[in-house]
Design a protein around this ligand. Structure first.
Ligand SMILES: [Zn+2]
Ligand SMILES: [Zn+2]
Length: 169
C-alpha cells in the first residue's frame, strides 16, 4: 500500500474540503452567456432567502462558491446588486437575452463567484449548509442531517469563506 494514498486529492487542501479540481461550465438557456470554472468549490450551500427566490423565480438557490480567478465569463449579463442579509453587496448576473440567472458575485469575499449549481456541468452538488431557512418557501423540506441556519451562514462557514477567498491563514 502506498504511503501517500491521498496525495492526489490533497493538491489543493482547503479546510474540511479536499475535493479534486473540477473543470465545468455553466450556461444560460439560450447559450449566449457562459461561465467556465476550473478549481475547487470553497463552499456549497442552499440559500432560501427572499432575494434569491425573487431573482431566480425558484423556491431556493443551490450555489457553489469559487474564487473569481478560477472563473471566466463569456457573453453579456444583466446585473442586479442587492444588499444580502449578511450586509454584503451581492451582484446577480443573468443572461441579457433569455434572463436565466447564472451566478452571483460577492465583492466583500474578494469577488467570489456563487454559481447556480444546477447549471454547472459536470458537477456533483454536495451542500454543506442551508441558509436563511427563516425565509424558506412554503412546502420546501430540508433533508435531515444537514446543517441549517435561520439566517447567514454559521461562523465556521463564514470563516472558511473569508480565509479561502482572501488567502489568509
Ligand atoms: Zn441566454
Ligand atoms: Zn439568497
Amino acid at each position: 500500500m502506498s504511503m501517500f494514498p491521498n496525495f492526489r486529492e490533497c493538491q489543493m487542501p482547503r479546510e474540511g474540503n479536499m475535493t479534486e479540481i473540477i473543470k465545468a461550465s455553466a450556461g444560460c438557456g439560450c447559450g449566449a452567456l457562459r461561465l467556465d470554472v476550473t478549481g475547487v468549490p470553497v463552499v456549497q450551500l442552499v440559500c432560501h432567502c427572499s432575494d434569491c427566490q425573487k431573482i431566480s423565480g425558484m423556491p431556493y438557490v443551490e450555489a457553489a462558491f469559487f474564487q473569481s480567478d478560477q472563473c471566466s465569463v463569456h457573453g453579456q449579463a444583466d446585473t442586479i446588486t442587492v444588499k444580502g442579509g449578511t450586509g454584503f453587496d451581492k451582484t446577480h448576473y443573468s443572461c441579457t437575452s433569455c434572463k436565466t440567472p447564472l451566478y452571483v458575485t460577492v465583492a466583500a469575499l474578494n469577488g467570489a463567484f456563487a454559481i447556480a449549481a444546477k447549471r454547472l456541468v459536470p458537477f456533483k452538488f454536495e451542500p454543506q449548509v442551508h441558509v436563511w431557512v427563516s425565509e424558506k418557501a412554503d412546502g420546501v423540506t430540508i433533508p435531515s442531517g444537514i446543517l441549517q441556519s435561520p439566517g447567514a451562514p454559521p461562523k465556521e462557514i463564514i470563516d472558511t469563506m473569508v480565509s479561502s477567498f482572501w488567502g489568509t491563514k
